[in-house]
Ligand binder design. Sequence first.
Ligand SMILES: CC(C)(COP(=O)(O)OP(=O)(O)OC[C@H]1O[C@@H](n2cnc3c(N)ncnc32)[C@H](O)[C@@H]1OP(=O)(O)O)[C@@H](O)C(=O)NCCC(=O)NCCS
Length: 155
Amino acid sequence: MEAKKISDSIVEMRELVLPNDTNMLGNLLGGRLLHWADIAGAMAASRHAQSIVATAVIDSVEFSQPVHVGEMIVLKARLTWVGRTSMEVLVEAYSENYLTGKTKLTNKAYLTFVALDQNGKPHPVPGLILETEEERCENEKAAKRREVRLSRRVC
Ligand SMILES: CC(C)(COP(=O)(O)OP(=O)(O)OC[C@H]1O[C@@H](n2cnc3c(N)ncnc32)[C@H](O)[C@@H]1OP(=O)(O)O)[C@@H](O)C(=O)NCCC(=O)NCCS
């Protein structure tokens, strides 16, 4: 399998935040955000692996700013690390007020996906080509996050 660049599988997904997506204050629900982050992350992982993927872990989720009803949310997903069958994806969410044109980073999450074959068994994924200093730095940090995740795995 030929290694692929991170830029080959980047996904950008846009949603409009409607009343049904929000709490009583009109702010986007955390669960809805996670649902969209999972979809955006899975699409990036599937593009890299060219296969079905399953979400294995969602962690390091930050909700730094609320997203308001009527705003758009832009989810940007990109791979940061790959193992033999698993991949870590960073999903960043930005809110966009299309009336003012203002955007802000509101959420960040790391998701781990596993590539599956037709029988639902883990199967190998292509390697990752790191092209920039930022990608190399993120990749090193991802390897450390993986160690922490594995240490938490139930025996
Ligand atoms: C995710 C799943 C396929 C892993 O299966 P498994 O039998 O544990 O397979 P393995 O032990 O061979 O692990 C496969 C890969 O996942 C990684 N992995 C599994 N659990 C992990 C964890 N908690 N943290 C980090 N990596 C993990 C392994 O390290 C391995 O990676 P590698 O091949 O890159 O080294 C399995 O647990 C599963 O099907 N879970 C349910 C998934 C699901 O329903 N998701 C929601 C809907 S998509």
